[in-house]
Design a protein around this ligand. Structure first.
Ligand SMILES: *[C@@H]1O[C@H](CO)[C@@H](O)[C@H](O)[C@H]1NC(C)=O
Ligand SMILES: *[C@@H]1O[C@H](CO)[C@@H](O)[C@H](O)[C@H]1NC(C)=O
Ligand SMILES: *[C@@H]1O[C@H](CO)[C@@H](O)[C@H](O)[C@H]1NC(C)=O
Length: 504
């Protein structure tokens, strides 16, 4: 009799307890019970060539984990960067209006006052600060006033240093890839122990390289120690001012003008053959990045004719002359006497790196994953004439003349400058976005300034409620007892029946 009752009941009970236990493990975490609203934060990325506004959001009750803060929306200001409005009273502030108005609509009204807004300016303003500190201060003040006329919680407008720009880009990349900590399905944060990914950023006026390294960084200027989620990260970061896309193009032009004896017409080996343009000398020489090429005297209004010759080898030689590879005061350098440890691990290359890489692949049909593919694609691009390019990329008309130069520059920078090789180059992923978020310094900047990145260990964040834990332990004890009783019963039965297996 006993065996007929015990056998159907015990397995069913086991099954039930198991199901309940699993349910308890997954369901009653804190956030499910509270179902909170979102918090928002705004970052204005005031770059040298344009300004972008990013809105981020996170659940109000939790913000300490990676992947918790996501991008809500973005808005791109039309026209130039804020530094381009120098001398036009009020224009820099006014330029932000459309995107700030958009932010007012994108964020629920009741959250406006709680939404921090940060403006960070980068290399364009760094350059303006060098050439004219009063004007740069005035522009910052002006954009600050403009933002303060909105209902958000204004947190200031600042010019980021090159190191900050590099480090915040690195934080963004690794936050989005969830390399710091990860939320596990059993309801707790854990360190995934994944290696971090280096960041390669390429703006209009500067370029940054940042990666974690075990090697000694011989120049303290280029080190950065970060403590995030209880982990210590030792970073190498360097920002090269005047090595952004627009400034490189200007420096290349200035170099050509100077090396061709400041004549009124210059040959440009990186422009498509047969393509020509005219511009004012002032356009080239009013940047602090071209001072060393500037003639002792010139008429700013004087016109210069630039004649393309589409000659890859000469283009490569001239672009290489923009860099200085000769002297290095350290054991090894990237260029211009700047120390760099060996690149290591995976990298994400974003901003203009992404645009140039994808243009190169699109127009040549070559998949660019290795150094030789990069060189092959660049060579092929530089030998195209303007109309061939136009046919393949009509949407890029105004920029077509510059792609050969910027592609050659990218290959010299990555392969010869940073020394990416056959092994390390394929480790670079060219991306504009990770998930729904744009990759850049903005997210890392907001995370850091609004204390959304704890320095110490997060431990059992998002753990089960104490009540749920109690119930869970009680159930497990019951389960164990049931299993024990079940086994005892079987042993007992087995003895009685002389070891027969027929009861199963
Ligand atoms: C986030 O972490 C900080 C300190 O690391 C802590 O004070 C704060 O309460 C945490 N916030 C949440 C929502 O868990
Ligand atoms: C740079 O370009 C000019 C114009 O095409 C060319 O004459 C010159 O030889 C190039 N420089 C080098 C070092 O090849
Ligand atoms: C860096 O790379 C070079 C060339 O691959 C190698 O000889 C050198 O030992 C490396 N340095 C370190 C510190 O690993």
């Amino acid at each position: 009799m006993a065996q007929r009752c015990a056998h159907p009941v015990v397995p069913v009970a086991l099954l039930l307890f198991g199901l309940v236990a699993i349910l308890l493990l997954t369901v009653p975490t804190e956030d499910v019970q509270e179902a909170p609203g979102f918090m928002y934060g705004i970052v204005l990325d005031a770059g040298s060539s344009h300004t972008a506004l990013y809105i981020y959001k996170w659940p109000a009750d939790k913000h300490n984990g990676t992947g918790v803060v996501t991008q809500h929306s973005e808005c791109h200001v039309t026209g130039g960067g804020i530094s381009s409005y120098v001398g036009q009273q009020g224009a820099a502030g006014q330029s932000l209006k459309v995107c700030l108005d958009q932010a007012v609509k994108d964020i629920p009204k009741e959250k406006h006052q709680l939404t921090p807004v940060y403006l960070g300016a980068t290399a364009g303003m760094r350059l303006l600060h060098i050439s004219n500190p009063e004007q740069s201060a005035q522009i910052l003040q002006e954009v600050g006033h403009k933002i303060q006329s909105y209902p958000f919680n204004y947190q200031g407008a600042a010019i980021l240093s090159g190191q900050e720009e590099g480090a915040y880009g690195w934080v963004t990349v690794n936050y989005l890839l969830e390399n710091f900590i990860k939320y596990g399905f059993v309801g707790r944060w854990f360190s995934p122990g994944k290696p971090t990914v280096g960041a390669l950023d390429f703006g209009g006026a500067s370029t940054q390289i940042t990666f974690a390294t075990q090697e000694e960084v011989e120049d303290v200027q280029d080190t950065m120690k970060l403590r995030l989620y209880g982990q210590e990260y030792s970073l190498y970061t360097h920002s090269f001012l005047c090595y952004g896309r627009d400034q490189v193009l200007l420096r290349l032009l200035a170099h050509l003008v100077k090396s061709q004896g400041y004549s009124e017409s210059v040959e440009h080996p990186c422009y498509p053959a047969g393509h020509s343009r005219t511009l004012n000398l002032n356009r080239i020489f009013n940047s602090p990045c071209t001072t060393k090429y500037r003639p002792s005297s010139y008429s700013p209004r004087a016109l210069l004719t630039v004649q393309g010759s589409g000659h890859y080898e000469r283009c490569l030689a001239n672009v290489s002359e923009i860099f200085s590879f000769d002297s290095c005061p350290f054991s090894q350098c990237s260029f211009d006497g700047v120390f760099q440890p060996n690149v290591t691990g995976r990298f994400m290359a974003f901003s203009a790196f992404f645009y140039i890489h994808s243009f190169l692949q699109r127009i040549t049909g070559i998949t660019v994953n290795t150094p030789s593919q990069l060189q092959e694609a660049t060579k092929r691009l530089c030998r195209m004439n303007f109309n061939q390019m136009l046919l393949l990329a009509p949407d890029q008309k105004t920029r077509l003349q510059d792609y050969c130069a910027s592609s050659v520059y990218v290959s010299v920078l990555l392969l010869r400058g940073y020394s990416f090789d056959e092994t390390s180059f394929p480790q670079i992923s060219f991306q504009r976005k990770a998930g729904d978020a744009s990759v850049g310094w903005a997210l890392g900047y907001m995370l850091s300034l609004s204390n959304l990145l704890p320095a110490e260990r997060v431990g059992l964040r998002k753990a089960l409620t104490p009540g749920a834990w109690g119930a869970l332990i009680f159930l497990f004890v019951l389960l164990l007892t049931a299993v024990l009783i079940f086994i005892l019963l079987r042993v007992h039965d087995g003895k009685k029946k002389g070891g027969s297996e027929s009861t199963i």
